[in-house]
Design a protein around this ligand. Structure first.
Ligand SMILES: *[C@@H]1O[C@H](CO)[C@@H](O)[C@H](O)[C@H]1NC(C)=O
Ligand SMILES: *[C@@H]1O[C@H](CO)[C@@H](O)[C@H](O)[C@H]1NC(C)=O
Ligand SMILES: *[C@@H]1O[C@H](CO)[C@@H](O)[C@H](O)[C@H]1NC(C)=O
Ligand SMILES: *[C@@H]1O[C@H](CO)[C@@H](O)[C@H](O)[C@H]1NC(C)=O
Ligand SMILES: *[C@@H]1O[C@H](CO)[C@@H](O)[C@H](O)[C@H]1NC(C)=O
Length: 283
């Protein structure tokens, strides 16, 4: 296990010279030595197996092309004072799961996650950015990516731009739980064609646009622990909740326009003991 000191390239060189390449790359801090604050270009060049874990170091900056020509199962960077993710940090990266949890990320440039390719199939499995300082979700950061599961819980998100999640053909799970959203406008959660699990629980929602979920299919929709007192029928018009259908691999399937979503929601509300707290779940 490497300490968070010195240059990574130096460590890798040493490892290669010893002919003893560990399957996983791991940097783990000790209190006395947390001096790694910069991930340089080509830090991991040529790695072709295992995971990359950088835990609790002092990384503030990841240079462009830090991850270049890399093929690993998982990248896990956690517990660093990292605040910005720049567009070119990934270049020809093949990976299935990316975790950037528990850093200090407040800004992500558009296009950051667009030069990443999956290990298997055509979708990337997971992108997790939980426990950071994100406040705004801009269109172009996640839209146009191929992730199946996107975790944005435990941030400070109060604003989501129109179409921020459009053109994500494999998306099946999106968590925005534990953020600071006060309203859901139209144009953010419309036209979700896959049966997606969506959670917006534990926010400060007091307004949902009448067609906020129109033309979408959700396997489950969790709006618990918000400040919603008035649930209108229109919120779930032409919304399909509780679909078990598998998505087609190309992400396109026939749209179901139905009021079943509203019936589910109404039944869920009847069962809910507290009108301010409601959960709408699929069957
Ligand atoms: C990270 O290091 C800090 C001390 O700098 C320590 O308090 C904290 O428990 C460590 N976190 C983890 C997950 O190891
Ligand atoms: C990421 O690394 C941290 C620290 O080693 C660990 O606690 C956590 O479980 C890892 N996450 C995943 C998804 O492997
Ligand atoms: C986290 O980022 C904020 C700015 O967004 C900065 O003021 C703060 O010092 C950072 N904290 C750490 C631990 O790096
Ligand atoms: C839902 O689909 C209908 C029919 O295509 C369209 O007229 C309407 O604008 C869509 N609603 C939203 C909110 O996208
Ligand atoms: C709940 O929403 C109402 C407006 O609908 C607002 O006056 C109130 O302060 C909100 N409560 C909380 C705890 O955010």
């Amino acid at each position: 296990m490497w300490k968070c000191g010195g240059l990574i390239s130096f460590h890798l060189l040493v490892v290669l010279v010893q002919g003893n390449v560990a399957q996983d790359f791991r940097l783990d801090s000790h209190l006395a030595d947390r001096s790694l604050f910069y991930l340089a270009k080509n830090s991991f060049v040529g790695r072709s197996e295992g995971d990359i874990t950088i835990k609790n170091c002092s990384i503030e900056t990841i240079a462009p092309e830090a991850f270049k020509n890399v093929r690993v199962n998982r990248i896990n960077i956690t517990g660093n004072p990292l605040s910005v993710l720049r567009r070119r940090i990934f270049s020809f990266v093949v990976v299935d799961e990316i975790y950037f949890d528990g850093n200090n990320i407040s800004e992500i440039e558009t296009g950051t996650f667009h030069y990443i390719y999956p290990v298997k199939e055509e979708s990337l499995q997971i992108l997790s950015l939980s426990h950071n300082k994100l406040r705004k979700i801009k269109r172009g950061v996640f839209s146009g990516t191929n992730f199946k599961k996107l975790m944005l819980s435990y941030n400070e998100i109060y604003y989501i731009q129109y179409a921020a999640f459009e053109n994500m053909p494999y998306l099946l799970s999106l968590s925005l739980a534990h953020n600071k959203l006060q309203s859901i406008d139209s144009g953010i959660f419309n036209n979700f064609l896959n049966p997606t699990m969506l959670s917006v629980s534990d926010n400060k929602l007091n307004y949902i646009h009448p067609v906020a979920f129109e033309n979408s299919t959700f396997l489950s929709l969790d709006l618990q622990r918000n400040n919603l007192s008035d649930i209108k029928k229109e919120y779930f018009a032409n919304t399909f909740i509780g679909c078990r259908q598998e998505p087609r691999t190309n992400g396109i399937r026939e749209k179901k326009i139905t009021n079943a979503g509203y019936r589910e929601a109404r039944d869920a509300m009847r069962r809910a003991p507290d009108p301010d707290s409601m959960q709408i779940n699929g069957k």
